[in-house]
Design a protein around this ligand. Structure first.
Ligand SMILES: Cc1cc2nc3c(=O)[nH]c(=O)nc-3n(C[C@H](O)[C@H](O)[C@H](O)COP(=O)(O)O)c2cc1C
Length: 266
């Protein structure tokens, strides 16, 4: 087949004028895709190939003066969060909450961090107590919280016990949410099998009507949790693998926390 029939004429090369003749049949071309990854749909087993030559954190990363770290983890977390926001990290408030189920099987999912107290002892998030994570926390009130901010190569790890706040606290927190967020929270049944989206849309419509009739409605399972940290680690990645890790360990009670700091091996 001639190059010009294939459309392979090189850049800048003039195409010969077409011979007059019958109108050619319209050429069928695949729709251009917006996502270049799917133009080269990788096959099974291609993960190592896809990741070849892409080491994590191979970019300039900030320094971390661990000797100047504050006595408590709270101010350092706020400083790192502000830096993440400034660096354009997307959703820097998203963290992974790890829990264990009744069989001791770990589970994890991403949630949104709501608040951290000044010392860095209490880490707040909200969730549906009737969801798998809520049931896991009821059965085993301990968890780990992890954030990773790629632009900065920074990870923060928190471990501790979890306490559910009083319903009044949960109701007050629920009232701060947007109407859309409240409607979707009222739908409930999180992580239950869904028959169809028609079923879901109907449940959303019912929840919307309920909220219109009762603006103070709060889902019975809506819960605010506090993870009381006994350990908080700040991890600063380094392209040469000289990662800096500073672990805070709580020595005092939650009511008057004291923290020790330990530099740990990368
Ligand atoms: C960025 C992001 C934020 C999320 N925030 C929440 C949240 O604040 N609360 C929540 O219940 N689920 C949130 N989810 C959904 C959870 O990851 C999860 O799918 C859901 O809570 C069900 O988890 P479970 O089956 O372990 O209970 C979020 C997911 C993402 C990706």
């Amino acid at each position: 087949m001639a190059a010009e029939e294939e459309g392979l004429t090189g850049p800048g090369e003039a195409r010969p004028a077409p011979e007059p003749g019958p109108e050619p049949a319209a050429e069928v071309r695949p729709e251009p895709t917006a996502d270049p990854v799917h133009e080269h749909r990788p096959g099974p087993g291609s993960v190592p190939e896809l990741l070849l030559g892409r080491p994590p954190m191979a970019r300039p990363l900030p320094s971390f003066d661990h000797e100047a770290a504050p006595a408590e983890p709270g101010p350092l977390f706020v400083d790192w969060l502000a830096t993440a926001l400034h660096a354009g990290v997307l959703d820097p408030q998203a963290f992974t909450l790890s829990t264990v189920d009744a069989d001791g099987m770990p589970d994890a999912r991403v949630l949104v961090l709501r608040d951290v107290d000044a010392a860095g002892t209490g880490w707040n998030f909200s969730a549906d107590a009737d969801s798998p994570k809520g049931r896991q926390l009821a059965g085993h009130p301990a968890a780990a919280l992890t954030v990773y901010w790629p632009q900065l190569g920074r990870q923060v790890r928190v471990r501790g016990t979890v306490e559910r706040a009083a319903d009044l606290v949960a109701a007050a927190e629920f009232a701060t949410r947007s109407p859309a967020a409240r409607v979707h929270a009222l739908v409930g049944q999180q992580s239950e099998p869904l028959g169809s989206f028609a079923e879901y849309d109907e449940a959303v419509a019912v929840a919307r009507r309920r909220l219109e009739a009762h603006p103070d409605a709060v889902p019975p399972g809506h819960a605010v949790y506090t993870l009381w940290a006994h350990e908080v680690e700040f991890w600063q990645g380094d392209a040469q693998r000289r990662h800096i890790r500073l672990r805070y360990t709580r020595t005092g009670p939650v009511s008057s926390p004291e923290w020790s700091r330990t530099l740990i091996w990368p």
